[in-house]
Design a protein around this ligand. Structure first.
Ligand code: HEM
Length: 453
């Protein structure tokens, strides 16, 4: 087997270079080695592909290449051992179907109103002239969407505790340098609540227990008037026709809530950054929103073409998830002219595909128009991955993103506090804006561009 080219840098240095600026590192690797590169993790060759035909092979060749759940066990600390990410085969298919059925049109319509109201309330509470950090503000909205809409959790002590635990776990993803050093010293050992890993385990245990109480309580006190997704999961049947266990329901809930809160908040914060950095983009978006009149109906917002192009361009230029989840070669296969042995890991490199000059001329420029002028294939534009693990929340994520952005833009005048470029920061899976994007509210917005205090 001849592997694709491999950087000769030691893996610890690759790690450091990647951490210090993931986008610059990936750009340098693509420039030097092209669109198929090998990185060795121990003795396992891991091949990163940013070529559309190679990516098509990874996503569609289900005979020789498998989306094994065991490759994602590293995320089980957050998503539970029975989350959809950790499953494969028939069970994976069944759980994906169950989750996807919960995102039906009627529920989306109902969620839409809730999302707009939450946004208006949370941004409305920001004081005029007082700077705030956009990321935690947006995360406050998206986490509430996850807990109130997905779980249908009523306000109260448990709601507050669960929200606090989710936020604390998400904060651990975006660790400070000191946390990383501590983790290196102590390793992944549980040395009690005061050690980094022990604290992580403690939070997870608390969260998992509270969620389990909620699932048990709902199952014991069936309320047919409820319309949240948790209700659907309680009645869902597995591939043998049995009801799911309470633990299975809890684990199925976890990845959607984390994704709604974290991936969506990141994408929306990057969008706020780009829109407020580029006045022409903002004013074109405002004109499009004005065309809807006073009635900001969620489905009409969802259908706006320029807003759609802006969201796509945000997900192209800084994809929230730089890579799809790993796939495993199970029997010898040829990808882009390389014969790969079983045991080789393949990763669709979303970021570098979105930076290809031949697909996206001037890839560093934020140009939403490219999505109005050209239709891209699912192997050229893939912010939500593809194949058997394609994101189940893609439509919901775009819906939520558009509604939050449209509500903020049409109701409030926001500005960036600084014009300095925002740096990316890699947090284990997601690429966050490093400073969180500092913004300031200048006032309320009236139609036709007039603003009032
Ligand atoms: C902007 C927001 C989001 C982005 C960019 C995003 C991106 C992705 C990507 C790249 C994957 C991997 C696909 C692959 O390996 O081929 C994925 C998987 C997944 N996403 Fe999302 N996602 C977002 C929001 C959401 C939301 C809102 C939900 C749920 C409501 C969600 C639920 C999931 C789940 C459960 C998986 C795993 C699917 C499986 O293993 O079969 N995501 N997402």
């Amino acid at each position: 087997m001849q592997l694709p080219p491999e950087p000769k840098t030691p893996s610890w240095l690759i790690g450091l270079q990647f951490e210090s600026n993931p986008f610059n590192y990936m750009d340098a690797i693509s420039k030097r080695y092209g669109d198929i590169v090998t990185l060795m993790f121990g003795s396992t060759p891991t091949i990163y592909v940013s070529n559309p035909s190679g990516i098509k092979e990874i996503f569609t060749n289900t005979k020789e290449i498998a989306a094994r759940g065991e490759l994602n066990l590293g995320f089980a600390l957050m998503t539970g051992n029975q989350g959809v990410l950790q499953l494969d085969g028939l069970i994976h298919k069944n759980r994906r179907k169950i989750l996807m059925q919960t995102f039906h049109g009627v529920r989306m319509q109902a969620c839409g109103k809730h999302i707009c109201e939450l946004t208006e309330k949370i941004i409305g509470q920001k004081k005029v002239g007082k700077p705030f950090i956009a990321y935690p503000t947006i995360e406050d909205i998206t986490l509430k969407v996850g807990i109130e809409v997905i779980m249908g959790l009523d306000k109260g002590e448990r709601h507050e505790k669960i929200k606090h635990l989710f936020t604390s776990i998400l904060r651990l993803n975006v660790q400070s340098l000191i946390d990383k050093i501590l983790l290196t010293i102590f390793g992944e050992r549980d040395l009690g609540r005061w050690s980094p890993h022990g604290y992580n385990l403690y939070l997870r245990q608390e969260l998992f227990q509270l969620l389990l109480f909620e699932v048990e309580e709902r199952r014991n006190q069936l309320d047919f008037s409820r319309t949240d997704m948790l209700c659907d999961l309680i009645f869902a049947e597995d591939e043998t026709g049995q009801l799911l266990s309470n633990e299975e329901v809890r684990d199925l809930l976890l990845s959607p809530i984390f994704a709604v809160a974290d991936a969506s908040a990141t994408a929306i914060t990057w969008a706020l950054y780009w829109i407020h950095r580029l006045p022409t983009v903002r004013s074109r978006l405002l004109s499009e929103l004005e065309s809807l009149g006073d009635n900001l109906d969620p489905m009409s917002i969802f259908a706006l073409p320029y807003l759609n192009a802006v969201c796509n361009e945000v997900l192209r230029i800084y994809p929230t998830q730089l890579f799809a989840f790993p796939r495993l070669v199970e029997s010898t296969v040829e990808v882009m002219g390389y014969k790969l042995n079983p045991g080789t890991v393949l990763i669709a490199n979303i970021y570098s595909t979105h930076q290809r000059e031949d697909l996206y001329p001037q890839p560093k420029e934020f140009q939403p128009e490219r999505f109005l002028e050209k239709q891209f294939s699912p192997y050229e534009f893939l912010p939500f991955g593809g194949g058997s693990r394609v994101c189940i929340g893609a439509t919901f994520a775009l819906f939520e993103m558009k509604l939050i952005l449209a509500t903020i833009l049409s109701r409030y005048e926001l500005e960036l506090v600084s014009q300095r470029p925002e740096r990316p920061k890699y947090g284990g899976l997601i690429c966050y804006p490093a400073s969180g994007v500092k913004m300031v509210k200048r006032g309320l917005r009236q139609r036709q561009g007039k603003s009032r205090e």
